[in-house]
Design a protein around this ligand. Structure first.
Ligand code: UDP
Length: 266
């Protein structure tokens, strides 16, 4: 589908842009190649990342819908864009951890890669200015971010997503260390439902090769490990995300990047 230039931009984030959708209640989610870390202090363009995240997220959201986990994904429009349901984003980052990594290792001094006894759900306040602080469930209610039922719903769904992702990735030789989810309130005509929103991609998950522990996620960028695009491609290849296109993933991405360059130079 051709990219319409006249459409109205609603929001620009660090890795995505949101445009008004063709129908009321819909939004176009555009995935950029920009990578940021440490609250925007570290920045880089990683050619092809947007294409990979768009398609990996589409793949995962579609599989989740098939097992009854309601989410905002409607359909893919082109290599970088998908149509999604408009929701009122709940300003929380819901993190599920199976192994210690990232902020958990720093906060509690647990070595990276330590298996946690059971999946752990944590909530962080989505507020860049405050550095997204960890919040307790009581605090979420005091701050009136959401009520107890909504919080339970998010927690239960996050654990269901974890069970699904853990099994799916295990099947392709990848260990799910942790991941971040966002939820939104969606008016389905009968009631306000809490559904999964945002994206699920190597930008928002920690994924390690089961055999070698090679990192296949954004930590390659955060920790200057190099090979970020190749790692994301590896995840896409193992999941079979581009199988409907036929042909190698590298060629598909290369061609798409050429098209973008041509469009820009016009
Ligand atoms: N995460 C994310 N966006 C954020 C913060 C974290 O997608 O703004 C993801 C991150 O990629 C990891 C998980 O959430 O998979 C847990 O991140 P953590 O709390 O360890 O924070 P980080 O080390 O990324 O600062």
């Amino acid at each position: 589908m051709a990219v319409k230039k006249s459409r109205k931009q609603i929001y620009e984030g660090k890795a995505k842009v949101l445009y008004e959708g063709p129908e009321p209640g819909t939004i176009i989610q555009h995935f950029k190649d920009d990578a940021t870390a440490f609250n925007g202090k570290k920045k880089q363009i990683i050619a092809g990342k947007g294409i990979l995240n768009n398609r990996i997220s589409e793949f995962i959201m579609s599989r989740l819908a098939e097992v009854g986990i309601r989410n905002h994904y409607i359909k893919t429009l082109n290599m970088r864009e998908q149509l999604i349901k408009q929701v009122e984003i709940i300003p929380l980052e819901v993190v599920v951890r199976n192994y210690a990594a990232g902020s958990f290792t720093k906060r509690y001094g647990v070595p990276e890669g330590t298996q946690l006894g059971a999946a752990l759900v944590e909530f962080f306040l989505k507020k860049d200015k405050l550095g997204d602080p960890l919040v307790t469930e009581e605090c979420i209610q005091v701050l009136k971010i959401c009520d107890h039922m909504e919080m339970q719903e998010m927690k239960n769904t996050a654990l269901r997503v974890n069970d699904f992702l853990f099994g799916m990735f295990m099947g392709v030789g990848i260990r799910v260390i942790d991941f971040k989810l966002e939820f939104g309130r969606f008016d389905n005509g009968e009631f306000i439902d809490i559904i999964l929103a945002d994206e699920i991609s190597p930008d928002s998950c920690r994924l390690w090769d089961s055999q070698t522990n090679r990192k296949l996620d954004k930590d390659r960028f955060r920790q200057d490990l190099g090979g970020v695009e190749d790692a994301y491609k590896e995840v896409a290849k193992r999941l079979g995300v581009f199988s409907s296109e036929g042909g190698p993933v590298d060629e598909i991405i290369k061609n798409e990047l050429k098209i973008k360059k041509r469009r820009k130079s016009k």
